[in-house]
Design a protein around this ligand. Sequence first.
Ligand SMILES: [Zn+2]
Length: 383
Amino acid sequence: MPYAPLVPPAPWLTGDERARYARHLTLGDIGEMGQRRLKNARVLVVGAGGLGSAAILYLAAAGVGTIGVVDDDLVTLSNLQRQVIHATASLGRHKTDSAADAVAALNPLVTLVPHRERLTPATVLTVLADYDVVVDGSDSFATRYLVSDACVRLGLPDVWGSVLAFDGQASVWWPGIGPCLRCVFPAPPPAGAVASCEAAGVLGSVCAAVAAVQATETVKLLLGIGEPLVGRVLVVDALGQRTGEVTAARNPDCPVCRPGAPFLGPLTEEGGVAGACTDRGGAPAVTPADVVAAGDAGGLLVDVREARERAVASIPGSVHVPMSALRAGWRPETGRKVVVYCATGIRSAEAARILAAEGHAVADLAGGLAAWADAGLAVGSGD
Ligand SMILES: [Zn+2]
């Protein structure tokens, strides 16, 4: 379902602009009015790396009038395999400078605003507030959560993408309309639990594939055309050359975007908001080693994540009771001990609160599946 355009049209197009954007002007969904909106649009791209490079080039070529670029890095040789906005001659330069030159060469009608900095809890709201849409091409979990949380505060759509090896994902987090990042992935994984592109590698053209989706979604949002990737996560498997999508719903208890969520204080350095809590309602926390040592005597091991997460990996011997079922009234047999777990310990803390409040003997696996895997313990697949 289309939404209203995010920006009003600029007053006119020049003759040069009409010639440059001729292939847009003949598109029914863009046309002169759409092109005038693009001219007036302000898009912030976070990161001029693998995703940002391609997204910036396509947005600039499309005639987005103002493109902000956040990056504090210098161009290095290992960037050039995928960061196509930077040339060999730009080695050692600031990525914002290199990107600005590339954009000027491609389309001098576009204004590139460099933000040569790393977003922090202290700066993120000020930087983002000046834009209509944010494109997240960052390569760190901390920045992704910081950007998503800030977008919720500001009511901005966050066009999100992520790549690793031959795989990619993209979605549009749009506060008030669809889920935010934290509704779907409640907390960043613990440091080291997920490989980085630096460690695992990435095929450059997979970055381009995901960045092209991000650029397309951005244009759609700006013009109010098509069906945005809201409430859906597009999943790209380049080796199999298949794409799929996973439905992503708002979490009614999301600490950041739930209706009536209290103002949550300053964003934290980890990229999260203060208050994304692990209050277990008095239930004890247990470690993976505790669970192994207790064996069957430790209680029924309950996975409260969603089926799509469980399909990827789970703790062997655990049973599946998603949060929705628990909230709808699932309870263990009276007297049965239960250990709850999720991906990182945020949702399971809530599960522990619910069960402890009713007097059930419940413990929470601190750190969730990530801590389990970190401890070197076996992980199974699916049920
Ligand atoms: Zn949310």
